[in-house]
Write a protein that binds this ligand. Structure first.
Ligand code: AMP
Ligand code: MG
Length: 291
């Protein structure tokens, strides 16, 4: 199944999240069945990241957005753990600092976009400025409503500069969210994740749904696609996202750069160095080429 086709939000489409089952599991029966595929994807993601780094001409930006407890942190932990930290950056966007708030809303996002060869993961993103900001009327409608077009221009500019952009909305049900809040309450290792806001934000669920629907339909495009990922089942979420990342990176035409030196010349130098090394160690050097 091509998850990219299945979960893509059509540009300008009248998106209705209520029509998408958050508990969808595709053709898979269980987590056990999906695990080998997830592991294979995670391993391939790591190889492709190394290739992206070596290639050095393009970059990848992954945006994760969702309501609380939908699994943004889990995606980072499970799927990006295999990538080399030298070349992969994860950034969590919180409430803007005073300095950030004193600039335009894209300023802080732009500073974190991936350089050529890099992968950047945004845990929340510039989209908060048309989501939480809209739901809580932190700026007037006249301001946030102009931001969709500004975001599209910003992302188009990144794409033209060689950045592949993938945007994932982790879609969970309110029941699943409450279940996860209960786990946070019951498990001392997860208590720290609880915030007062978790419960008050639940009351704005339908406002958030409306804000997400409009944001995704207005900012999804071939170059910067949004995908709505059914995320009640963590394993299905991990499978779908990892598969979409692998399929996208496979299409980027990444290749190892040409060798910068004359390999024959270097081989001669190598043999000379080897001979000198062995002489220092008191051995008779072999003539070059002899095994
Ligand atoms: P968490 O992701 O759980 O660490 O929470 C980060 C918090 O920062 C969330 O409540 C977000 O809604 C909030 N946040 C992120 N970006 C913005 C923004 N631009 N304006 C207001 N709040 C934001
Ligand atoms: Mg939170």
């Amino acid at each position: 199944m091509d998850f990219r086709k299945q979960f893509f939000v059509g540009p300008g489409e009248k998106l209705k999240l209520a029509g998408i089952d958050p508990a969808h599991t595709g053709g898979h029966a269980s987590s056990e069945e999906a695990l080998p595929e997830i592991q294979k994807n995670v391993a391939r993601m790591a190889e492709l990241q190394a290739l992206l780094y070596a290639d050095g001409n393009q970059s990848l930006l992954v945006v994760l957005q969702a309501l609380d407890a939908a699994g943004k942190d889990g995606v980072v932990r499970h799927l990006f753990s295999g990538m080399n930290p030298q070349g992969t950056r994860v950034y969590g966007f919180k409430q803007p600092s005073a300095e950030e708030a004193a600039h335009d809303f894209l300023w802080r996002a732009h500073q974190r976009t991936p350089a050529r060869g890099e992968v950047a993961v945004f845990n929340r993103s510039h989209y908060e400025d048309v989501l939480v900001v809209r739901v809580h009327q932190l700026v007037p409608k006249a301001v946030w409503s102009k931001r969709y077009a500004l975001i599209n221009d910003f992302e188009k500019m990144l794409a033209e500069n060689g950045t592949r952009i993938l945007k994932f909305f982790l879609h969970i049900s309110p029941e699943e969210q409450l279940l996860r809040f209960k786990q946070r309450l019951d498990d001392p290792a997860r208590n720290w994740k609880i915030s007062e806001g978790d419960y008050s934000e639940r009351e704005f669920w339908s406002d958030y749904v409306g804000a997400y629907e409009e944001a995704m339909s207005k900012t999804s495009s071939k170059d910067a696609p949004w995908y709505v990922i059914p995320a009640n089942h963590k394993w299905f979420r991990n499978l779908a996202i990892s598969q979409i990342i692998v399929d996208t990176m496979e299409d980027m035409g990444l290749k190892l750069p040409p060798t910068r030196v004359d390999l024959q010349e270097i081989a001669v130098k190598y043999h000379a160095a080897e001979a000198a090394q062995e002489q220092r160690a008191g051995k008779t050097p072999k003539p070059p080429g002899k095994k």
